[in-house]
Design a protein around this ligand. Sequence first.
Ligand SMILES: [Zn+2]
Length: 302
Amino acid sequence: MFLKPRNVPLELKALRSLDLRMRLSPEDKQHYLNLEKGFDGEVAFDLWLVELKPKCLILADLLLEQNYSTFQIDTLVLFKETIHLFKVKNFAGDFDIKDDKWSLLSGEEIKNPLHQLNRSEALFKQLLRKHLKISFPVKAHLVFVNPHFTLYNASPEMPIIFPSQINRFIQKLNGRPSNITQKHLQIGKQLVARHQTDSPFSRLPDYNFSQLQKGISCVQCASWMNAEERKMVCHVCSRIEDNETAIMRHVEEFKILFPNQKIATNTILDWCGGAVSSKKVQRVLAKNFNRVNHGKASYYVD
Ligand SMILES: [Zn+2]
C-alpha cells in the first residue's frame, strides 16, 4: 500500500511548462530531459512494487533533513522486520567502474550513485535513531530499471539490483511473510510528516510572464488546443476537454510558475491565449476560488 504516493516533482512540472512556452538553453533542456527520464524510472519501479504481496507500506519520493543535511529517498518500503531504501536510476547505455569511479564507456565521468545511496542510508538511519527513537534494520539498494543498461566491473557485493534481477528480487520478498502493525503505520506517518516541500525555483531558468507563449496546451500531446463551441479540441491527438477542466489545469500551471502573482480574470484569460471567453474564465474562477475585491481590482484565492 502506498502511504505516500509519487507526485510529479514541482521542478519537473515547471520545466514541462517552460519547455512548451519558451526556448530552453541546451543545458536547461538536457536537465529537463534528465528529470523526465529519472521520473519515468521511478514510476517504472513503482509498478514493480505493486506486485508485492506481503503487507507493507510504500513511501515514494521523500525529502528529509537530518543534522542540517537534506537528503532525498526515491522509495522506502516498510516490512515487518526491515525497511528497504531504494535509489532508482534509469540509466541507459554502457557504464564502467574503475577504482570507485563511475563513467560512461565514452569516458565521461558521472557521480558515483553508490556514494549517494550510502549518504542517504547513513542520514536516514541517524534520523530513525535520533528523532523517531527507533532502531530498525535498514537495507539500501541501488536499482537500475532500464533494460538497456550495462555496468562493467560491478561486484556481487555491491547493493545493486540490475534490470534482469528486479523480478527475482520481488519474488524473494513475496516469499517472506510480513505483517505490519500500528507501529509500522506510526513510523510511516512520522516520516511523511517530516517530508519537506522542495523549492525548485533557484534551479529554474529565468523567465517572465510576457516572454512565455500563451495558449491552452493538450495534456496528452502538449500541442496547442483550439476552442470549439463549449470545449477544447486538440487537432493533433483528437483529445477533447471541457472548458472548465482546461481552464483549471492552466490556473494550476500558472500558480506553479508564478506563485507570487494574483489570479485575476484578465491574467488567466491572457495565459490561456484568449482561447476562451472572459466570461467563461470569470465563471470558472468564481466557482472554484474565493473572490477578493470587486471590479478591476478583483482576484481569486484558494
Ligand atoms: Zn493532443
